[in-house]
Design a protein around this ligand. Structure first.
Ligand code: TYD
Ligand code: MG
Length: 503
């Protein structure tokens, strides 16, 4: 009667489907609907799904023959041989290249460039003579062709394109072609007719991934799954998929900025937290070899309320400008806001200023912004943010081209950062001549040419490196209103008579 069996809830030969309730955030399943998931405690994430529970799934993965225990020496070596994705930045995040038989999940907001990136990777891999299957459930073959032409992908002999929503047909094509690389664009757009659940539902994407993993292992095919992120910032059923696949990558960036970060959050074959940097250009994504230069492009050394910090993304140092604006509070409760920096750390820094330095931050609103839309996830940015706040409060810039790094503790002490030397080398490479670093990190194992490295123990030691010399007399005027204008002659930054934290 109805042509589509999928949407009626029945598939031929299957048992009567029953209704279950699945949490879209963690994948947990329940017999009845609830407002809050009892597993992950997320609100409003539980959706109703129709699933067939009894019908056995066909053994798609016939080839699970390697179930016999083997000696390590008997394991075929080819399983570990990586091949390049065609992008050094992509290879870096993967830990050296595509691993045959691995399943990679690439997540990101719609429109961020996932399809673009994977199409470019597919074309580059195909250009080396390896066979590639690009299965799209979102666009027509014509659309993909147009895009490939715009990306200058050419028409490699070994590149195959398939506009298809049906998992079983895609699997048939994989079994037929046995490609080196398969791209599924996107996991939410395809569905299996074995399952009554709607495309994009947790049951579907879990089922699809379950079906594809053994196929990847069997044919030693690398499978890239593209997944859209929901507006809450997570993949639909993220935990379900994240623990199933070998590698999880996220494509990040601001829609209206050109750069894109490819971040590894899980990698069974390499380090996580690596990042690759790309720029979205006319002809698709272009690798950025020197991201610091990109993030510092608009930096002006003379501006107040600005500091350069050296942050580490994975193993990669990046120089980023941080900005602060401090101005007299507009309400009784001072406002703190941070973009790209943890709000709680900003509140903590402001409290340290107030208590340890006697700075009247309790009467100032403070805004902090990490330029370029980057997020600083490590405490090593604290000292730089602190310098930017003081620079803004006093209306004086930092001296010269200085890079700042260090964690600030509650006693005002500057705590050590890990991997100092790569950060310093990156700063020297970009023409910085002075670095304020935690004294506890010194001495360096080897000096960095052309870079003066200054160790600071306490946050007030760092203040000397503001352009104007800081008075070190005891607090005379703690009630001084914060000002953003020209530096006043009065004591605006004071040092406590007795240094707390040493006690
Ligand atoms: P897309 O890869 O379709 O995003 P996703 O698959 O993550 O949803 O990226 C689409 C965006 O990229 C779109 O806004 C246009 C832009 N774009 C370029 O700027 N240059 C290009 O060469 C291409 C192909 C896309
Ligand atoms: Mg897409």
């Amino acid at each position: 009667m109805c042509a589509s069996t999928r949407h009626t809830g029945y598939a031929i030969g299957m048992a009567k489907p029953k209704t279950i309730y699945t949490c879209e955030a963690c994948g947990s399943q329940f017999p009845r609907w609830m407002g809050r998931c009892t597993e992950c405690e997320a609100w409003n994430t539980i959706v109703e799904e129709m699933v067939s529970t009894v019908a056995p799934l066909p053994p798609v993965a016939q080839g699970r023959a390697a179930a016999q225990p083997m000696r390590l020496s008997e394991v075929p070596a080819s399983a570990g041989n990586r091949s390049s994705s065609g992008f050094a930045e992509f290879d870096r995040v993967l830990g050296g290249g595509l691993v045959p038989g691995s399943v990679i999940l690439l997540g990101g907001d719609p429109g961020i460039g996932k399809s673009t990136l994977m199409l470019q990777v597919a074309a580059r891999v195909a250009a080396t003579g390896q066979s590639v299957l690009y299965a799209t459930g979102e666009e027509s073959a014509q659309q993909v062709k147009l895009r490939a032409e715009r990306l200058g992908a050419g028409d490699p002999e070994t590149f195959r394109l398939m506009a298809e929503n049906d998992l079983e047909r895609i699997i048939a094509a994989i079994n037929d072609l046995r490609p080196n690389l398969v791209v599924i664009d996107s996991i939410q757009a395809i569905s299996s007719s074995q399952l009554a659940a709607a495309p994009g539902s947790v049951s579907q994407i879990r089922h699809i991934t379950n079906q594809l993993i053994p196929i990847a292992k069997q044919h030693l095919t690398t499978i890239g799954l593209i997944g859209h992120v929901t507006k809450e910032g997570s993949l639909a059923g993220p935990r379900v998929l994240e623990h199933m696949v070998d590698v999880v990558l996220y494509c990040e960036g601001e829609r209206f900025r050109t750069y894109r970060l490819l971040r590894g959050v899980k990698n069974r074959f390499g380090a996580t937290d690596e990042v690759g940097v790309f720029e979205m250009a006319e002809g698709g994504l272009v690798e950025v070899e020197n991201p610091s230069a990109l993030f510092l492009a608009e930096y002006e050394a003379e501006s107040t309320g600005s500091a350069i910090i050296a942050t580490l993304e994975g193993t990669r140092p990046m120089l980023v400008e941080v900005q602060a604006l401090a101005y007299p509070a507009t309400a009784a409760v001072p406002r703190r806001a941070a973009t790209g920096y943890e709000y709680n750390r900003l509140v903590q820094l402001a409290a340290v200023f107030e208590k340890r330095l006697g700075l009247p931050l309790g009467k100032a609103d403070v805004l902090v912004n990490v330029v370029g839309g980057l997020r600083i996830g490590e405490p090593a940015g604290d000292l730089g943010i602190a310098m930017a706040i003081i620079s803004s409060l006093r209306g004086v810039p930092l001296t010269g081209r200085t890079v700042v790094m260090g964690e600030v503790g509650l006693a005002g002490e500057v705590r050590r950062v890990h991997q100092l030397e790569p950060r310093l080398r990156e700063a020297a490479k970009l023409g910085f001549r002075r670095a304020l670093v935690p004294a506890k990190n010194l001495p360096l194992r080897s000096p960095i040419p052309d870079l003066e490295v200054i160790g600071v123990d306490r946050i007030w030691d760092a203040l000397r490196h503001l352009r104007e010399q800081v008075t070190t007399e005891p607090a005379a005027d703690r009630a001084t209103a914060p000002h953003t204008g020209e530096p006043g002659p009065a004591v605006t930054v004071v040092q406590p008579a007795r240094r707390p934290g040493r006690s």
